[in-house]
Design a protein around this ligand. Sequence first.
Ligand code: NAD
Length: 356
Amino acid sequence: MKFHIATIPGDGIGPDIVEQTLLVLKKIGEKFGHTFTFTETLAGGIAIDQVGEPLPQETLTICKNSDAVLLGAVGGPKWDTLPGDQRPEKALLGLRGELGLFANLRPALLYEPLKEACTLRSDLVEGGLDLMVVRELTGGIYFGERGRRQGKYGEEAYDTEAYSKPEVERIARVAFEIALKRNKRVTSVDKANILESSRLWRAVVEEVAQDYPEVELNHLYVDNAAMQLVRNPKQFDVLVTTNMFGDILSDEASMITGSIGMLPSASLGKNSLGMYEPIHGSAPDIAGQDKANPLATILSGAMMLRHSFQLEEEARAIESAVIKVLEQGYRTGDIMSVGMKQVGTTEMGQLVQENL
Ligand code: NAD
């Protein structure tokens, strides 16, 4: 099969980690008989420097004409003093909005060889941890009506949480479909004891669940979900929730694994075009030093194969190669521990290719 991928290396460590991921994808292409072609394009600080804006129209056009987008990271101290709407990070919101990416998938996976990095007691994650947070990405309070007004006590500010039935339905379907490919359990997180928007959320999720009788559904209030994540994270398979609750819970879930350089993400829309990126930022402190861990981006490549191209076997091949490299004791600086062999970005990428 043939796939065309738009690549956005971005800033800081972005170019290094994307380069290693492209080499891994090329190797997968050779091994499984697929052709991946790549068009590199600009976004973030580098785009500001070269063409004067963080998300040029040409970048959007290239992304829209591709089968998937692979992004490194954007941002850095050089652009920190720019006003909010001109900053490199503006490119991320623009890409999500323009590509209609309403579902954000953030797996929190604790790899057995890295279990010491986990911030929880070892008995709580015995046998590993593997959960998926599905966050609604283009609705809710981050996009609702907001403003300032004069209230009873003078100036006040407000933000509004609003969800429509179709918005909830489409994100719930994403969660149930993913659960079908995993352990067939969905936990929907809301605040239905207080918020009207959550009551609609819960009712719609219940309705969608009727179409997935093989998937077990339960509901948790967000405060309880935050507690359960650190009390007993292994109870979860797929968590589905709103934009703001998902923002908070997905960070909590990923930090449990303790390894920011290991965690991928996917943002999906209604067709197969998705955007794939590591959850970490551009790490300006180690940029250009061959120190960055490329594994989160390489694993984002695996998510691309699974979710945009339906290449499950190929996705698993990358994930198993990453586990093998870790089992062989190779570590980049961020996940280094006593007795392991420290390697740089390029060598880590090569090791994954060799283990494919
Ligand atoms: P960061 O994730 O870039 O770095 C936090 C720490 O983790 C740093 O010490 C860094 O060296 C380390 N780190 C991150 N990724 C690593 C990797 N792959 N290998 C080894 N170590 C790694 O977060 P930050 O320092 O808060 O932000 C730096 C810049 O990145 C800022 O401009 C921020 O706005 C931007 N940012 C971009 C994205 C994105 O592009 N999606 C996300 C978050 C932050």
